[in-house]
Design a protein around this ligand. Structure first.
Ligand code: ADP
Ligand code: MG
Length: 328
């Protein structure tokens, strides 16, 4: 028997359009899976189908038993959304204890500590920052110890720095409580930070399901690679790919080589040359748009404070971690 959530050939239709088109996925007990895909690809529809909020074709099962016909509130699944939907007129403690069968001050205190808000019990919800609200929403969602927690872009309304911190804290809270979870996001970094496995979705279908490191180093297709942030693709057996092949110890073959930002690094000596097209700075690093013969314009990384002008020819070294071979 399979433990946890299993989906088989799940379809969600709105009229004649299949927003979710034949998804099969397993989320074993105690694991966290991220559903990653662009806006409109069907992530929320799939989550709603699991929750019991949409009619489905195919099978949604828990521990091998179909939950078809089991109403939303009897599934034992928790939900958390982008807007945490807190009760504005209750205190923080009142929000968290709402999810508890028997109200227990000890349990509320434990949950608040778990989400980094120890001692916040009596604070009014209106006095909290956006990040604090989502922490309270998470504590409330975890309070009844749901057998499955469904999270729909819970960090998307927060600014970048906060999102990154909360992603780490969210994973820690899920792991500490052993919570089985499906986490929906359109942000690759967030998916990689939160989940044990990432399911990449496009146009209602799953393209690949893998652990973050495997997904990054072995994207199954150009579509997956592009969505992860690979920005250029060259035939592995082309002359321009020679220094890249060398960096990863690959032999020429009919496969495709994918380059992520930073596959080239601007330095004093290199294995290739590029012509600078533009320079910008992100998080203290220089991003240099360089045109490389036979590859095209790609984003190379450079040292802080480097000065380049359009038209300069620069030496490029290779970072093998930003390369992946696709077996087309
Ligand atoms: P995502 O969460 O990945 O952004 P959604 O599941 O919300 O995607 O939507 C998938 C597709 O289904 C979109 O084209 C959307 O417009 C459509 N859709 C979502 N909900 C409904 C609905 N209630 N009625 C009709 N179409 C819908
Ligand atoms: Mg959505």
């Amino acid at each position: 028997m399979r433990s946890g959530l299993s989906l088989r050939d799940v379809v969600v239709r709105y009229g004649s359009v299949a927003a979710v088109d034949g998804v099969s996925l397993d989320v074993p007990t105690g694991s966290v899976v991220a559903l990653l895909g662009p806006s409109g690809c069907g992530k929320s529809s799939l989550l709603r189908a699991v929750a019991g909020l949409e009619p489905v074709e195919g099978t949604v099962a828990w521990d091998g038993i179909s939950v078809a016909g089991v109403p939303v509130h009897r599934r034992g699944f928790g939900l958390m959304f982008q807007d945490g939907q807190l009760f504005a007129h209750r205190s923080v403690g009142g929000n968290v204890s709402y999810g508890l069968p028997a109200r227990s001050a000890v349990r509320v205190a434990e949950l608040l500590e778990l989400v980094g808000l120890a001692g916040y019990e009596s604070r009014a919800v209106a006095t909290l920052s956006g990040g604090e609200r989502q922490r309270v929403a998470l504590a409330r969602a975890l309070a009844p110890a749901p057998r499955l927690l469904l999270l729909d872009e819970p960090l998307s309304a927060l600014d970048r720095a906060l999102r990154e911190r909360l992603a780490v804290d969210l994973r820690a809270a899920l792991v500490a409580t052993g919570t089985t979870a499906v986490f929906v996001t359109h942000d690759q970094d967030e998916a990689f930070a939160v989940a044990d496995r990432v399911a990449v979705m496009a146009s209602g279908k799953l393209l690949q399901v893998d652990a973050p490191a495997d997904l990054w180093s072995r994207p199954a297709s150009r579509e997956v690679a592009s969505f992860l942030g690979y920005e250029a693709f060259v035939p592995l057996d082309s002359p321009a790919a020679a220094p890249l092949r060398e960096a990863i110890g690959a032999r020429p073959s009919p496969a495709t080589l994918a380059l992520a930002e930073g596959a080239f690094v601007v330095g004093r000596s290199g294995v290739a040359k590029g012509t600078v097209r533009g320079v910008s700075s992100r998080r203290g690093r220089s991003e240099v748009r360089v045109d490389v013969d036979g590859i095209g314009v790609v984003t190379a990384l450079g040292p802080v404070g480097g000065r380049w002008a359009a038209g300069d020819v620069v030496e490029l070294a290779v970072d093998p971690d930003a390369l992946a071979v696709l077996d087309d």
